[in-house]
Design a protein around this ligand. Structure first.
Ligand code: R5P
Length: 311
């Protein structure tokens, strides 16, 4: 088995390699002067089971091209099986047509990865589970929930917990986390605009007064969803509000927004390489999912069960 990495998140790839007690395959993934991507693998990979670690995070298009070209290089170097390990699968939010004459980019990206030559895909907390069906090759979707649940138990285990979904769409994810936390109660933030032009009203479904609220979501991008939900929960009398989010996309002023929010803490994972602003924020903490990805890779290579990781 061999592990290779693009440039999107080398610290994570190295941590996965350390978990697997192996080294990253010696390869150059670089740019020509006009920014075209060039990949050269400096080791023999003929007949090998190769895992390419590359998040398609910012800059999404460059990182996606790196992934595709790495896969192409491996295929032409006669790797036996190629698994695209995409801890953060970008374009996932474009998973349906929100209006006429719009693309379904998540499907297009799935086609590109398959066409480039990937035999399998391994992702973490896909924005929607059905994106697995966009691939006609085996796709494993890992959950960060066990890593988060362990951290929550350690830090907040003795508190009066309440798991909260920041929107109606995230209820399944929140319920799954609540189950891991000894069936903690569940609340939902419901955003409504009664009439066009009126400002959005946040209704909390569930009694959060005096509770240590744990907001859970897959993505924090601008931070708007989360910070507004944190404020609504605080206004409703929550004792504290902490957020656990798998993918810290954190674009624009998101870190500043989190720093000035009602959140006690934002906990993200390392599926996306943290910016300097993120690393410097004393309100943001990063959990590693390298052992989870490493263990899934080990099991895929050994042809053993991946789902039992979540039992
Ligand atoms: C939406 O469906 C996602 O689960 C996140 O809630 C959303 O992407 C967060 O975006 P933002 O941080 O920009 O509000």
């Amino acid at each position: 088995m061999k592990l290779m990495a693009g440039n999107s998140n080398l610290p994570l790839a190295r941590a996965v390699a350390a978990y697997l007690e192996t080294e990253l395959t010696h390869a150059s993934v670089r740019r020509f002067a006009d920014e075209e991507v060039f990949v050269e693998i400096h080791q023999n990979v003929r007949g090998e089971d190769v895992f390419v670690v590359q998040s398609t995070s910012f800059p999404a298009n460059d990182n996606l091209m790196e992934l595709l070209i790495c896969i192409d290089a491996l295929r032409r170097a006669s790797a036996k099986r190629i698994t695209a390990v995409v801890p953060y699968f970008g374009y996932a939010r474009q998973d349906r047509k929100p209006g006429p004459r719009t693309p379904i980019s998540a499907k297009l990206v799935a086609n590109l990865i398959t066409k480039a030559g990937a035999d399998r895909v391994l992702a973490v907390d896909l924005h929607a589970g059905q994106i697995q069906g966009f691939f006609d090759i085996p796709t494993d979707n890992l959950y960060a929930a066990p890593v988060m649940a362990a951290d929550i138990q350690t830090r907040y285990g003795s508190s009066d917990l309440m798991v909260v979904s920041p929107d109606v769409g995230g209820v399944v994810r929140a319920r799954a986390l609540a189950k891991r936390l000894d069936n903690a109660p569940l609340a939902i933030v419901d955003k409504r605009r009664d009439r066009p032009g009126q400002s959005e009203v946040m209704n909390i479904i569930g009694e959060v007064r005096g509770r240590a609220c744990i907001l859970i979501d897959d993505i924090i991008d601008s931070g708007g969803t989360l910070c507004n939900a944190a404020q609504a929960l605080t206004d409703a009398g929550a004792a504290s509000v902490t957020a656990y989010i798998t993918h810290g996309v954190l674009t624009g002023a998101a870190v500043a927004r989190v720093n000035g929010s009602a959140l006690k803490e934002l906990v993200i994972t390392d599926t996306i390489l943290a910016t300097e602003a993120t690393q410097q924020s004393d309100r943001i903490r990063i959990l590693t999912i390298a052992p989870l990805i490493g263990e899934a890779i080990r099991r895929i290579a050994d042809e053993s069960s991946v789902s039992s990781l979540f039992d």
